[in-house]
Design a protein around this ligand. Structure first.
Ligand SMILES: Nc1ncnc2c1ncn2[C@@H]1O[C@H](COP(=O)(O)OP(=O)(O)OP(=O)(O)O)[C@@H](O)[C@H]1O
Ligand SMILES: Nc1nc2c(ncn2[C@@H]2O[C@H](COP(=O)(O)O)[C@@H](O)[C@H]2O)c(=O)[nH]1
Length: 370
């Protein structure tokens, strides 16, 4: 029996215990086994009994919609264009064999397909900043956010550690507890997570999406293990490692910050040794900066994030897609030919790149003709 992840067709409105919504055709039955739904029967092909297999799907799904057209792209994703919709909510992808789907398959050890929304416009590569505790990552990031508030957005991580004085939930971290976070990790909500200095820390997919959706470049402050996970993920980031000028200076900064107990400081310093070795030698990082003089390091950080200071194109025109259209593909351009007038809408996929998992940016859409 051939097994292919299936696209869920029109009129998605029956719910199954595995969270799947679909409408069965006449004479079809649906059986849920684990996270797969087997739809058997159907009246479309009288010569055989069709079997459709609906696998576990992940990502933000589109709201149920009636009309759509599909086109297969590179055999790794299906492009779905909704009819009678606004251009900013018309483009969806069902990823069947992308890197993101492969990652999810490994994680869940099951077949997975993933929805991702096509987003028109650009999103610059996120910046991952790592380095031992107390080296000055947060200080440098704050300087960047203060100088360029509309350009950079901070990825607010989840953590199971207690908030420090002046730390706000949802601003500095999403403070949570271990059992809740473990459940959310199992549910695939995290792009990366790691046990750091005795607590769990993680970057949710949503934390990155929120920043990208605001048209800003995302900054992640995460440890070396997290950086390694992000490097292996579908997020195309720039990786920067911050070193102290000496171990003694690192200890001094950590103590003078005054936010940890002596026991915690000792633990962080022990971990710093391994982190410094990995950071400097692993080839994981694109840039290694020494934070001796703060201003000088900040200037080098800005240079490392090359391209970051170009203006982001966040303004995109919104227009209506027709009720009826046909699709054709020429190279990297999808032509949406209106069935009613001479108007033709062009979707240019040539610069297609991921701003965040579950979101595809770098798409350009424009109209030609009347
Ligand atoms: N170049 C510098 N020279 C002197 N002090 C610095 C420098 N950079 C940062 N600091 C100070 O070092 C302390 C630690 O900095 P910061 O909190 O930014 O570190 P961090 O790397 O974000 O730590 P953590 O990973 O624990 O969050 C702060 O008190 C900060 O003011
Ligand atoms: N892997 C991840 N590491 C993270 C994340 N958020 C923060 N961190 C790192 O944890 C340590 C300690 O942070 P602190 O706020 O308790 O001092 C530091 O190295 C951070 O970079 C995350 O989401 N994932």
């Amino acid at each position: 029996m051939g097994e292919a992840p299936a696209f869920i067709a029109d009129d998605l409105h029956t719910s199954f215990s595995n969270g799947l919504h679909l409408k069965l055709n006449e004479f079809e039955t649906a059986t849920v086994i684990g996270n797969k739904t087997y739809v058997i029967g159907g009246i479309n092909d009288p010569t055989s009994t069709g079997v459709r297999i609906f696998n576990k799907s992940t990502g933000t799904k589109p709201k149920p919609f009636k009309g759509h057209s599909t086109i297969l792209l590179n055999k790794d994703r299906i492009l779905i264009i909704k009819t009678n919709s606004k251009s900013n909510d018309s483009i969806w992808f069902l990823e069947v064999d992308t890197q993101f789907v492969e990652d999810q398959k490994k994680k869940f050890e099951t077949e997975v397909v993933a929805w991702s929304k096509g987003v028109i416009g650009d999103a610059e590569r996120p910046i991952v900043i790592s380095g031992p505790s107390g080296v000055g990552k947060g200080t440098l990031i704050n300087m960047l956010m203060k100088e360029f508030p509309s350009m950079f957005g901070f990825s607010v991580s989840h953590t199971t550690r207690d908030p420090r004085e002046k730390e706000e939930n949802g601003v500095h971290y999403h403070f949570t507890n271990r059992s809740v976070m473990e459940e959310e990790i199992k549910a695939g909500k995290f792009l990366e997570f790691a046990a750091v200095h005795g607590n769990l820390y993680g970057t949710s997919v949503e934390a990155v999406e929120v920043v990208a959706d605001a048209g800003k470049r995302c900054i992640l402050d995460i440890d070396v293990q997290g950086a390694r996970s992000v490097r292996a993920s579908s997020l195309e980031a720039i990786f920067v490692f911050i070193c102290p000028p000496s171990f003694e200076e690192l200890e001094k900064r950590l103590r003078e910050r005054g936010t940890e107990t002596e026991e915690q400081i000792q633990k962080r310093l022990r971990n710093a040794k391994a982190e410094l070795e990995q950071g400097k030698s692993s080839g994981l990082f694109d840039h290694v900066l020494v934070n001796d003089d703060l201003e000088a390091c900040y200037e080098r950080l800005k240079k490392s994030s090359h391209g970051a200071f170009e203006l982001l194109n966040t303004e995109t025109e919104v227009f209506d897609l027709p009720m009826d259209f046909s699709l054709s593909k020429i190279n990297e351009k999808i032509l949406i030919n209106s069935g009613i007038d001479e108007r033709r809408i062009v979707l240019d996929l040539s610069s297609m790149k991921g701003g965040a998992p579950g979101r595809t940016r770098g798409l350009c859409m424009y109209t030609t003709g009347n």
